[in-house]
Design a binder for this molecule. Structure first.
Ligand code: PFF
Length: 453
C-alpha cells in the first residue's frame, strides 16, 4: 500500500477482472445504454455496439492494460517511459480527466444514495405519475443541503474503499459488489419480464430496426463503448500496473469487456419490460431513471422493494467505477510525488469533493451559472470529458504505443495468451490506424455538433 518497496498487486486474476469490470460497469451501462439501444434500432444497435466493442473497445482495453503492466506505473510515469518528452502530457491529461469525471460522477452517485433512502422509506413508493415524481426529483436536485450531503457521502464511500489499498480494498470490495450487482440485475429482470404486458417492452428494446442506423448512431455507439469501458484516461493503465506478470492480458480483457456488455444489455431487459407493462414511455438518462422509473415501481406489487434494489444496483455500479477514477489520481500522487497512500487518498478525496460542489449545485443555486456555450458546470464537465478528453486521450494512447514506442516491444505481454501472428497483426493494425481514426471521428462529429446544442 505504501509506495516504498514493492507495489501493491491484485491477489488474483479474478480480483483484477472484477475490479476492472467494476470500473467499466457504471452509470453509463445502466442509465445510458438501454435508452440508446431502445431509441436507435434495438437489436440493430446492440449488434452495432458489439462491433464497436470488438473493433475499438477491446483493442484499446488490451493496449491500456499492456501499457500498465509493461511500465508498472501511473499514467504519467507510464507515458514518460513509453513516450518521453511531450508524450507525458497524455498521462497528465488522463489524471485530470479522472478528476473532472469524478466531479459530476460523484454527484449522480449521491443521487442514487438519496434514492435508495427515498425508496426504502417509501417516500417515492406512492408517486401517482411522472408530474409528481418529477417534482420530487427537482426538489431533490435543487436542494443544496441534500446535494452536498449525498455527494459527500458518496465520496466518503469511495475514499473508504480506495484507502484500504488495491488488494485489501478495491479487490475485496469488488469481489463482493460485482456478484451482488449481477444478482440484483437478474432479480429485477425476472420481476420485469413476468409483469403482464412485458413483451411490448422487450420488443421495443430488442426489435432490430436497421433503418435507424446512421452516421450519428454509429458515432454515438463508438463514444458509448469507449466511456462504458473506462478507456482513454488511464484507468486501465493504472489497474494494469498492479497486475502480476503471470496473468494473461488478452483473455482478461475479453472477460472484462464481456461482463461490461452483458451488464449493459441486461439493464435494458430489467427496465423496458416493466416500463411498457405499466404503460409508460421511455425517456433519456436521468429523466428515465429518476422521473419515470419511480412511477413504474409504484405501480407494481412490492414496488418499494424493487425500487430500493434498483437504486442499490445503480449505486454499486457508480461506486465501483468511481473507485477506479480516484485510484488513477491516487496512483499518480504516490508514484510521481512519492506521497504516502494515506495522504494521496485523503487529499484526492477532499479536492474532488470540493471541485464537485459546483456540479452538485448545478441544478439549483448555480443553475444559471453558465461555464461555456450555455452549459452549466455539470454539463460542461460531462461534455468536456466524454466528447473531448476521453476520445483524444484514447487516440494519443494508441498513437504513442503504436508509433512512438513500437508495439514490438510490448508483444511479449500478450505471449502467454497467443502466439498467433495474425492476431497480433490485427491488434497492431487496429492500434496504429483504425482506433485513432475512429476516435478522431467521435471528437470531430460531436465536437462540432453537440457542444453547441
Ligand atoms: N465506465 C464508467 C461507466 O460506464 O459509467 C465510467 C467511467 C469510469 C469512465 C472510469 C472512465 C473511467 F476511467
Amino acid at each position: 500500500m505504501e509506495n516504498q518497496g514493492t507495489r501493491d498487486q491484485w491477489g488474483s486474476r479474478i480480483g483484477f477482472i472484477l475490479a476492472a469490470a467494476g470500473s467499466a460497469v457504471g452509470l453509463g451501462n445502466i442509465w445510458k445504454f438501454p435508452y440508446l439501444a431502445g431509441e436507435n434500432g434495438g437489436a440493430a444497435f446492440v449488434l452495432l455496439y458489439l462491433a464497436c466493442i470488438v473493433i475499438l473497445g477491446l483493442p484499446i482495453m488490451i493496449a491500456e492494460i499492456v501499457i500498465g503492466r509493461h511500465t508498472e506505473k501511473d499514467p504519467v510515469g507510464a507515458f514518460r517511459l513509453i513516450g518521453g518528452g511531450r508524450w507525458t502530457i497524455v498521462g497528465y491529461m488522463g489524471v485530470l480527466t479522472g478528476f473532472f469525471i469524478m466531479t459530476y460522477y460523484s454527484v449522480v452517485g449521491g443521487w442514487t444514495l438519496g434514492y435508495i433512502v427515498k425508496s426504502a422509506t417509501g417516500a417515492i413508493g406512492s408517486v401517482s405519475g411522472t408530474a409528481m415524481s418529477e417534482s420530487i426529483f427537482n426538489a431533490f436536485i435543487q436542494d443544496p443541503h441534500q446535494m452536498i450531503l449525498y455527494h459527500f457521502l458518496f465520496m466518503a464511500a469511495t475514499v473508504f474503499i480506495v484507502y484500504r489499498g488495491i488488494s485489501n480494498g478495491i479487490e475485496k470490495w469488488t469481489k463482493v459488489l460485482m456478484p451482488m450487482l449481477f444478482i440484483i440485475l437478474l432479480i429485477l429482470i425476472v420481476r420485469s419480464v413476468t409483469l403482464p404486458g412485458a413483451e411490448k417492452g422487450l420488443s421495443f428494446y430488442l426489435y432490430p430496426d436497421f433503418s435507424k442506423i446512421n452516421t450519428k448512431v454509429v458515432i454515438e455507439a463508438l463514444g458509448q463503448c469507449f466511456f462504458s469501458l473506462s478507456l482513454g484516461m488511464g484507468a486501465m493503465i493504472t489497474y494494469g500496473s498492479f497486475l502480476s506478470r503471470r496473468e494473461k492480458i488478452l483473455s482478461s480483457a475479453i472477460q472484462i469487456v464481456t461482463l461490461d456488455t452483458l451488464a449493459a444489455i441486461l439493464a435494458g431487459m430489467a427496465i423496458f419490460p416493466a416500463l411498457f407493462a405499466v404503460g409508460m414511455t421511455p425517456e433519456k438518462g436521468p429523466g428515465l431513471t429518476f422521473n419515470v422509473l419511480p412511477v413504474v415501481f409504484s405501480k407494481m406489487p412490492y414496488g418499494s422493494v424493487f425500487a430500493t434494489l434498483f437504486f442499490l444496483l445503480l449505486f454499486i455500479a457508480a461506486l465501483t467505477s468511481s473507485i477506479s477514477l480516484v485510484q488513477v489520481v491516487v496512483t499518480y500522487a504516490t508514484d510521481e510525488w512519492k506521497w504516502s497512500h494515506r495522504k494521496a487518498v485523503l487529499t484526492a478525496g477532499t479536492l474532488i469533493f470540493l471541485l464537485g460542489i459546483p456540479a452538485a449545485l448545478s441544478f439549483g443555486a448555480m443553475k444559471d451559472v453558465k461555464i461555456f456555450l450555455g452549459n452549466t458546470y455539470f454539463d460542461f464537465m460531462d461534455k468536456l470529458t466524454t466528447i473531448y478528453m476521453l476520445p483524444i486521450g484514447g487516440m494519443l494512447i494508441a498513437i504513442c504505443l503504436g508509433w512512438k514506442y513500437g508495439l514490438e516491444k510490448t508483444m511479449h505481454e500478450l505471449d502467454p495468451d497467443t502466439k498467433s501472428a495474425s492476431l497480433e497483426k490485427i491488434w497492431a493494425l487496429t492500434i496504429k490506424f483504425i482506433a485513432p481514426l475512429l476516435l478522431a471521428s467521435i471528437v470531430g462529429y460531436f465536437g462540432i455538433y453537440r457542444m453547441i446544442r
